[in-house]
Design a protein around this ligand. Structure first.
Ligand SMILES: [Zn+2]
Ligand SMILES: [Zn+2]
Length: 346
């Protein structure tokens, strides 16, 4: 039996080639997918650096995945066939915990995320449950590998229950901030994007024609940053998305929310976040977490991409073949703010 090429993160700082036994035929309810693109994001870079929460080694990375179906049982209820191009939803949920029973599969009590809690897609073939395959005849493998990242933004926008008269602020102009921007716009809003990094904000204006506000550092809690009210028509935003995962930004974000407004933590931190209860109560702020995404979010992203209204391919800053990925990873980390999205090709 032949073997297949994979790449494993043995320990922080050490990506190694690995020969895995050739993939077995898929089990009932699964398809065997030939992986074609693996998107790399901050999660992978933090795992490489050894600072990703709840991460264990060795681990095959890869949670932003596209591929083509190699083998699937005929007449399956999902209408999937060999040759179908798919985005892979990497969130394997249990189906019977309290969250899953209520459709909240993205925050399943026993969630296994491919490439994080379970071995992911940095390999030639991956067995995937049929319900986690989202096919598109139109989209490229590059586009399909960006669906997971975009679905994080789609889910954040869904969590916020956006209304046409909302004024939205997005903290953080990284890929998740951009993804949230895209879906807040599809909900009819024109969010302001705030960041400390001028290059990221330049990209935001040029590629997405977004309104931006640069600040010198994440503001300490106490008052909203200078220029925020002016940029929001004289009033504070009714919806604030924190896409930084920076605890100082997350603490300061409470000051930015209008009376009766919502604050959504999309980025996450290991630290505790404290806030002034009088301010929280006076404004009756709704505080929400947004975690991962659901199948519904994936479908929304596929439709938006197929409509041609999004061009997330422009966000790709780096590329490598799977044979070169171990060499490239340290360079991507050194890229700092110039690293937005890398794709590994298989
Ligand atoms: Zn990611
Ligand atoms: Zn569950």
């Amino acid at each position: 039996m032949k073997s297949m090429h994979a790449v494993v993160l043995e320990q922080p700082g050490r990506l190694c080639p690995l020969d895995l036994a050739d993939a077995a035929p898929p089990r009932p309810g699964e398809a065997l997918v030939r992986i074609r693109r693996v998107g790399i994001c901050g999660t992978d870079l933090r795992a490489f650096k050894g600072i990703q929460p709840y991460f264990s080694y060795p681990r095959i990375l890869g949670h932003e995945l596209s591929g083509v179906i190699e083998q699937v049982e005929p007449d399956n209820p999902f209408g999937l066939r060999p040759g179908d191009r798919c985005a892979i939803e990497p969130y394997l949920h249990c189906g019977d915990c309290a969250a899953c029973r209520r459709g909240r599969t993205n925050c399943c009590e026993r969630l296994q995320v491919l490439g994080v809690h379970a071995d992911g897609g940095m390999r030639e073939f991956l067995p995937v449950p049929l319900a986690k395959l989202h096919k598109s005849a139109q989209l490229s493998f590059d586009q399909l590998a960006l669906v997971e990242m975009l679905s994080i933004g789609a889910h954040a926008a869904r969590r916020a229950s956006l209304q046409p008269d909302d004024r939205a602020l997005i903290l953080g102009a990284g890929p998740i901030g951009l993804a949230t921007l895209v879906f807040a716009r599809l909900a009819g809003l024109d969010p302001l994007v705030m960041d400390v990094d001028p290059a990221r904000l330049d990209f935001c204006r040029q590629a997405l024609a977004a309104r931006t506000l640069r600040i010198d550092s994440p503001p300490a809690a106490g008052s909203p940053p200078a220029g925020l009210r002016e940029a929001c028509g004289g009033e504070l935003p009714t919806i604030v998305f924190d896409c930084t995962g920076n605890p100082q930004s997350m603490r300061g974000a409470f000051d930015d929310v209008a009376h009766g407004g919502r604050l959504v933590f999309v980025g996450l931190t290991l630290e505790s976040i404290s806030f002034q209860d009088p301010l929280f109560h006076a404004r009756e702020i709704s505080l929400l977490a947004s975690r991962n995404a659901t199948a519904e979010d994936f479908r929304q992203v596929l439709l938006a991409l197929e409509s041609g209204r999004l061009r997330p391919e422009l966000w790709i800053t780096h590329r490598a073949t799977h044979r070169a990925v171990a060499e490239e990873f340290p360079r991507w980390i050194a890229g700092g703010p110039n690293f937005r999205k890398a794709l590994v090709e298989w």
